[in-house]
Design a binder for this molecule. Structure first.
Ligand code: DGY
Length: 441
């Protein structure tokens, strides 16, 4: 069990959530957590902006604006922006060798920014104020969607290509075991790692994983980080179900923002992308009726269900029957993992309840799943998810992730996105089906 034993009251959690966001604020951007992740992370910041939107909309916009300072000329928004030096993280700027200013990684992360922007707009009572703020980020966000639908879908298939496990945010998910198994490491970075010195190594990815993913970084460096070459030639090329869903949802949200601000050309382009991606989901459906990630090199669907398999609800792309299949699956998992939703199938061999994305629960993923459940008419299940998420936080604090068997806290402490999701959702009874993300569509 984690050290914290005293259960916090909801008010104490709310006070602490504000304190964590203040403490992790580096002046315009928020670090996910000081000891493990001392820079600005892409999808962390989008969720953090949703948290800020509940009490400080100007600061919420600023979080997105600083993230886009790292945007590349081709539209890519990097996974990490290294605004200020910090030597307690590996791999830092020199390991990436990307030449961008401010320094950044060369890969991206799940595109949540448009959804966050829409949430901030919806939280703003004054329309002119909202439109003025939106105008500062609309073009960069649109450029990032353009990048996904062109550079990362060079053949216009409707399925976007992901070239690195860290792009998916679900780093060591069993979804990537197959694609990574083909990569023979050309580097050994085990001695350079810092993450497993500050977090229990049994809760982190293995050295073999790090050696393989840094081998992918070396491959991309040899291609001079050229976007199309990377998309076509890296050894790992997958369609990540998580990103495919998050992008489709973000396309819908950006379309709403384009319509709101009279951007008809962009709106039409978004409608075309939405139609194309929606059709392509048929290629991600497995024989058991669930959706999976797809290895674009081998053509194989991922062998097991993961928490991403529930995100078609968030993307509004599941049929009512597919939604029922997912509800039945959740019910089947409930006994083994009452603190839902485990990041991977608890009945599969690859499951590991405490190792990062191979079992632990992530509150941001729960938030997206709850949004989808509420939309498809499963408000009670969504509310149960909110309650177990809240209980884990109240008992174990604002941890990075939680053990699905008992809600125990895992990984880093005082996590910004867990705090943000408390403020926006988990600490807000009845929020799931009446406000926030679910209100948007
Ligand atoms: C890490 O360092 O664990 C990150 O998830 C990479 O983005």
């Amino acid at each position: 069990m984690s050290a914290q034993t005293q259960v916090m009251t909801p008010q104490a959690c709310t006070d602490l959530a504000y304190a964590i966001l203040r403490r992790n604020d580096r002046g315009g951007y928020t670090v996910p957590n000081h000891s493990v992740y001392p820079f600005q992370w892409n999808w962390d910041s989008a969720f953090v902006a949703m948290g800020f939107a509940t009490f400080d909309r100007a600061r919420a916009w600023q979080e997105l604006e600083t993230l886009f300072l790292g945007q590349w000329p081709d539209g890519m928004v990097p996974s990490i922006v290294f605004h200020a030096p910090a030597d307690h993280y590996y791999p830092g700027p020199s390991a990436w060798g990307t030449r961008h200013q401010p320094p950044t990684t060369g890969i991206t992360q799940p595109p949540v920014a448009a959804t966050a922007a829409r949430m901030i707009v919806e939280a703003e009572p004054d329309r002119q104020t909202a439109l003025a703020a939106l105008s500062r980020v609309f073009d960069p966000i649109f450029a990032s969607h353009h990048w996904w639908h062109t550079v990362r879908d060079p053949d216009g298939s409707g399925l976007v290509t992901v070239v690195h496990p860290w792009e998916t945010g679900r780093d060591n998910s069993p979804d990537w075991d197959g694609p990574l198994s083909a990569i023979v490491p050309t580097v050994d970075v085990s001695a350079l790692r810092k993450d497993n010195k500050v977090v229990d190594p049994s809760e982190r990815p293995t050295d073999l994983f790090y050696n393989r993913v840094m081998t992918l970084v070396e491959e991309a460096k040899a291609l001079h980080w050229d976007g199309l070459s990377v998309a076509r030639r890296l050894s790992m090329r997958v369609c990540d179900l998580g990103i495919q869903c998050i992008l489709l949802r973000a396309d819908h949200d950006l379309l709403a923002l384009a319509e709101l601000s009279g951007r008809e050309a962009e709106a039409q382009q978004l409608r075309d992308w939405i139609e194309r991606s929606t059709k392509a989901f048929a290629r991600l459906k497995a024989a058991d009726g669930t959706f999976r990630s797809l290895d674009l090199v081998t053509g194989q669907l991922a062998p097991c269900v993961t928490s991403a398999s529930f995100l078609p609800l968030y993307a509004r792309v599941a049929s009512p029957q597919e939604a029922e299949t997912l509800i039945a699956l959740m019910a089947a998992w409930q006994d083994d993992t009452p603190f839902m939703v485990p990041s991977s199938d608890p009945r599969h061999d690859s499951y590991d309840a405490r190792r990062y994305w191979r079992g632990p629960v992530w509150i941001v993923v729960n938030r997206m799943i709850a949004d989808g459940l509420a939309h498809y008419g499963f408000a009670d299940t969504a509310e149960r998810l909110r309650q177990t998420s809240a209980a884990s936080i109240m008992t174990h604090g604002f941890r990075e992730a939680f053990d699905p068997r008992n809600g125990d806290g895992l990984g880093g402490r005082d996590f910004s996105w867990t705090a943000a999701m408390w403020l926006e959702w988990a600490g807000q009874p009845a929020r799931t089906d009446t406000a926030g993300l679910a209100r948007l569509t």
